[in-house]
Design a protein around this ligand. Sequence first.
Ligand code: ASP
Length: 466
Amino acid sequence: MGAAIVVHGGAGQIGEAGPEREARDRAARAAVERAAEAGWEVLRDGGAAIDAVEAAARVLEDDPELNAGFGSVLTRAGTVEVDAAIISDAVGLTPSARRRVGAVGAVPWLRHPTTIARRVLEAGEHVLLVGDGALAFAREHGITPDDPTTMVSPRARARYERERAARGAIPPAPADTVGAVAIDAHGTVAAATSTGGTSWKRPGRVGDSPIVGAGLDADAAAGAASATGHGESILRAGLSRTAIEMLRRGHPPDEAARAAVEELVARTGGEAGIILVDARGQIGAYTSTGRMPWAARTDGGLTSGVSPTPPEGRVRLARRDELSSLATAVAAQPLLQRYDTDAARLAASLASALDRGEPVLVATDGDGTPSGFAWYLSRGTLGPSAYLRLIALRPGFESQGAGAALLDEVERRAAAAGAPSLFLLVSHWNDGARRFYARRGYREVGALPAFVRADTDEILCYKKIR
Ligand code: ASP
């Protein structure tokens, strides 16, 4: 059984392009990567899924930029009230031992509410404690509330001041909630979700995050889920349960994540995101909001992004003056590092491809940022034996968004050139890529010959074009 952990840093809006957004995206991505690694350390050493999700949640709760623990948004009364829950579901135990849940809601001034939720789970008496009762329970377990002056991050304070000035006229915006899902080597699955809730909420409001079936869920026969977004909509729709049921019916996690969120949007008009791991260790994530920092760690390595929902890609021919910046961005890809390709060499080979008249295609995302490119390895135009390498910038999303737009364009060009068939050399081969190319009508015809690269996972695919 392959262990895996996925974490998120909350569904939210992309925001306007510019240095501020870039800095925020960089910080969020670094935070989710740190959290995924913290959880992975537990799983790698044979530890339990529940310990992994708690470890990951604690890292995220400590981050001042994220809306959980330290950094939580403030209520209308200027206080911090956090919600959190943790769930674990094991295979092969008695029913009462296998499914364990602990949760807390509207607890004031706590930095690590996931750990209190964990204590509620361990105590086994109740599932959900709220408010002062939850605080009293925490005290009994040696955990005291944090000093309010140290719990409010500058970002949360600034947001509160803006909202106060607008007297609630700013619509409540869910963002930056945190969560983690994991499966361990024994097949036990776990999830944790932790939040300060929605900004400008009423004191006493409890959102979806601590509610099983809404903000999180886990079932060893299916997988684990952690949700984020507009809490009232997630509660109405039962988002995490919907996704888990889809996993149970055999949908792959990426499809289940998208379908469950789309169902929520259709039924409630709200917006949400979700991360999933299934009982085989496959992962999935989706958001309807455009942004949800995420990171995943398996023994195959770390992948992460600012959004699992890639913006629609556009494709055009590369310009000579952008080759070096493009190459710099792509050379950071682990794949290219494996091939010892540095940015300068890559830019040079793209330039000579242009000199030979070979097309180098660039895919850009919504705001025009180049996010992937494709170029032909063979000489001349596309023919029956043309080989193509596809590279997209965001690791893990080669087969979507910009990647899909690249493939459309390549096929269009192949058909226009009268190519009867198309060979693709697909880098970064994984389950997602396998499904994507199969759906697009490609047949696997073999791996790159070992004499080219012994440790390669590149696959050659074939499709009849005409
Ligand atoms: N779901 C959370 C809530 O409504 C907010 C969020 O995910 O950002 O409390």
